[in-house]
Design a protein around this ligand. Structure first.
Ligand code: NDP
Ligand code: 8X3
Length: 264
């Protein structure tokens, strides 16, 4: 029988790549996000390529009632969740705190922290009942290494790290593993969302360097979830070779620009 994974934020970037890897590894998938047409397209693609069953759940993870109701109303067979990938998240804006937009702060806090809690609460309870399961958080280098103007986004990812440790302790006696993968720069829709659709500004983030791809993160995730039952990779920091920490990125020379080390 195929295992079941829930991947939050599967409409794009890392979540979509994780869905593809898990489908290739014979999982059936519950995929979440707000963009229904993308969820439906991914269901069709994965069903065709890997013959896996996909249940698309379209909801906003900030909405606690909707999240609880979605999981509560799953058919019994879909409630046997083996893996939860807490990936849905975003950064909004890159301003110093005194110029920041509190609506952006709320969106990040409500999605990256409270959204993760909403779905973890209900899915972990199902895992505890079955005394089995694995929850993987997609945290970030931003949670360990604060950078200028990253303020609230960095704080949300530090909170994810604290929750990884807290949940690991609480779920330890119940046979449920908790892991964290903290990537550095990954080229997805992340910067486009951060800069509110400004494509030029988003593209500059990855100029003259090779960032991680979403597939690189999905590959790491497969390593984490495919360990034997007695092994738990609690924490993985996954950086592009060209990035040493949150601020130091080695950008390769181009004909127009001299070699430089620069921050984002
Ligand atoms: P993308 O913007 O490509 O994907 C973000 C995903 O999150 C989308 O599927 C989006 O779905 C979903 N999402 C956002 N808000 C909500 C919401 N309110 N309700 C439900 N789903 C939501 O970015 P990434 O793939 O890069 O980001 C995935 C995770 O990886 C995030 O947690 C991010 O913080 C983290 N990360 C990213 C890094 C990077 O450099 N890209 C590095 C380190 C960590 P939809 O819009 O359809 O709802
Ligand atoms: C995303 C990576 O360093 O751009 O979490 O914040 S970073």
């Amino acid at each position: 029988m195929k295992k079941i994974a829930v991947v939050t934020g599967a409409t794009s970037g890392i979540g979509k790549a994780v869905a593809q890897v898990l489908a290739a590894q014979q999982f059936n998938l519950i995929l979440t996000g707000r963009r229904k047409e993308r969820l439906d397209a991914l269901k069709a693609e994965l069903g065709r390529k890997y013959k896996c069953d996909v249940l698309p759940l379209c909801f906003d993870i900030r909405d606690r009632e909707a999240t609880e109701q979605m999981i509560a109303s799953l058919p019994a067979v879909w409630k046997k969740i083996d893996v939860l990938v807490n990936n849905a998240g975003l950064s909004a804006g890159l301003e110093p705190l005194h110029e920041g937009n509190p609506d952006d702060w709320n969106q990040m806090i409500d999605t990256n922290i409270k959204g993760l809690l909403h779905i973890s609460r209900v899915v972990s309870a199902l895992m505890v009942e079955r005394r089995s399961g694995h929850i993987v958080h997609i945290s970030s280098i931003a949670g360990r290494d604060v950078y200028p103007r990253g303020n609230v986004y960095c704080a949300t990812k530090a909170a994810v790290d604290a929750l990884t440790l807290g949940m690991r302790m609480d779920l330890l006696p119940h046979g449920v593993k908790v892991s964290s993968i903290a990537p550095g720069m990954v080229e997805t829709e992340f910067s486009l969302v951060r800069f509110k659709g400004n494509q030029e500004r988003a593209a500059r983030v990855y100029e003259h360097m090779t960032p991680l791809s979403a597939a690189d993160v999905a590959d790491a995730l497969w390593y984490v979830v495919s360990r034997p039952a007695h092994v738990c990779v609690q924490d993985m920091l996954l950086m592009p070779s060209a990035q040493a920490n949150a601020t130091q990125v080695h950008r390769m020379p181009s004909p127009e620009s001299p070699m430089n080390d620069s921050s984002k």
